[in-house]
Structure formats: C-alpha cells, structure tokens
Design a protein. Structure first.
Length: 294
C-alpha cells in the first residue's frame, strides 16, 4: 500500500512540475528573468507553506544539524538546479535543455550503486533506458539544431544539482522531517540563496507585470507546495532511484499543456516518447517478482 501510494505521489509530483515551463514562459514574457523567477517562486512557496504550518499547528522546529543539512541541500541542490536550468533556456531550446537535465536519474542510480552500496537492479536499469529514450523523443528529437556548449553545461549542471538534492533528501538526516516542514525550509533557504545571487549578478530587476507575478505565484503553489511536497513523500515510500525514473512523467504534462494552450503540434515522435515513458513507469511500478525475464 505504501509503495502504491509512493508511486502515485511521485507521478502526481512529476505532473505538477510539468507546469513549470508554461508559467516560466509567461513570466519571462512579463518582465521576470531566470533569477527573479526562481527567487519569487521560492519566496511565495515559503510564505504559503508557513501559513499552512500555522493553520495546521504543525511543529516546524528542527535539530541544529538538520538546519545545516537543509541549508546545504538548498544551496548546492534545489536553488542551483532551478537557476541553471532556467538559464540554459537562454542558450538552447527548452526541449533539448530539459532532455539533458533529465540525465539526473542516471546520476542518482550511479551514486546509489557506488556510494550507498545499492545492488544493481536490471529492471530499473531497463526502465531508465526506456525513460531516457522516451525523453529524447518527447522533447529533444526536434531540437538538435539549436545546441550551445554553455546551454549544455548549464542543463547538465542542473541535473547534477537536482540529483544531489534527491540523494540528500533520501539519505540525509532530514528524511524523517514532515514533508511540508522540509519543503518550507528548502523554499525559505532557496529564497535567501537566490536573493544573494540575484544581487551579486545585478539581476534583481523590478520591471515585471502583474501577470508575471501571478504566473510565479501559481508555479510556487503547484510546483513547490504541491509538487515538491508530494515528491519528497514519494521518495520516502519508494526510494530515490524509482522516484527519479517516475519523474520523467513531467514532460508529458508540458506536452499536453503546450498542445491545449499554445496550439503546439502533436507529432509522431511525441507519441513514441510518451509510450516509452509510460512503459518505463509501468515496468518500474511492478515488483521484480513479476518480471522474471529480467
């Protein structure tokens, strides 16, 4: 039951994250830049979560060591992952940047094997290969002409930073923290980090519009408050490697939104990519006993 719940939460989180490119596109067209978009996304999320913690009377005091871990994972994990991925969109297509970013499940699995002594699971490796192939067809197939070394490096770094975030959340001293409390502190610390980076880089602009702010509030509620909380709960139930593979559901949501809202064309390779990702998720969702061929 816990495994089924974890799978559903992770897929739900991935679906929530699929809204990010939509809101980012709206925000960037209305005065925000990658720095302010990432900053306000974290700030609004921390405010919303703080209100929820107060309403629910949830104790959000932690141990000193846990505060340190949370700040570290905010600095070297989620905040830099958000920022580098957003910046990569300035140098290459969002589709190709997203494809490269989704290299992070490979990093997660490799680190689990080499640093956490996790056994090699052929089922997960097969699922991972399918999901990466699906990711390529879904968002990278038609984007190969717009490559940039800077963009590639930024999207690669975003994947490594996000992998670090997943591993620390799954294996650090913060795994038992209430999901709402954990994401509140990560969003809060992200706000501090991104504010300092924005000031240092001279990117703290205030020329955004009301529409830009609304889009950032919505992405904070959907991606941070709903998505990140669900993803953390999913990691706890099914483990980081399975959660990372299932998170490739994210671009399917982006594809559907693009078709419905921006009238983007559905091509054959989008269908192939979606089928591969869904097949990958189906395989990894079942226990090893039911897949004797592997």
């Amino acid at each position: 039951m816990n495994r089924a719940k974890g799978i559903l939460l992770t897929v739900f989180a991935a679906t929530s994250f699929g809204f990010i490119p939509l809101f980012a596109k709206i925000a960037f067209a209305n005065g925000l830049n990658p720095y302010t978009f990432s900053l306000f996304r974290s700030l609004f999320a921390s405010i919303g979560l703080f209100i929820l913690l107060k309403i629910g009377k949830i104790d959000y005091t932690l141990k000193k060591e846990q505060y340190k871990t949370l700040f570290k994972v905010s600095l070297m994990g989620y905040s830099l992952a958000m920022l580098t991925l957003s910046l990569s969109y300035n140098y290459m297509s969002t589709g190709l940047a997203t494809t490269i970013h989704f290299f992070y499940p490979v990093v997660v699995m490799a680190c689990l094997i080499f640093f956490y002594n996790e056994k090699i699971d052929k089922r997960k490796i097969f699922s991972l290969i399918l999901s990466l192939a699906g990711m390529y067809f879904l968002v990278g197939f038609d984007s190969l002409g717009s490559t940039s070394i800077t963009g590639v490096l930024l999207s690669l770094f975003s994947g490594f930073f996000y992998a670090y975030y997943i591993l620390i959340v799954a294996h650090g001293n913060i795994i038992e923290i209430n999901s709402f409390v954990l994401i509140f502190y990560i969003s809060l610390f992200n706000s501090y980090v991104l504010f300092a980076i924005s000031i240092f880089m001279g990117k703290l602009e205030i020329s955004y519009t009301f529409k830009g702010i609304v889009s950032t509030v919505l992405v904070a509620l959907i991606a941070n408050l709903i998505g990140m909380v669900s993803f953390k709960a999913g990691i706890k139930s099914i483990g980081p490697s399975t959660a990372a593979i299932l998170s490739t559901f994210e671009p399917i949501t982006s594809l559907i939104l693009g078709i419905l809202i921006f009238r983007e064309i559905l091509s054959w390779y989008h269908i192939v990519g979606s089928i591969l990702i869904i097949t990958s998720a189906t395989i990894v969702a079942f226990r090893k006993k039911s897949l004797k061929i592997l």
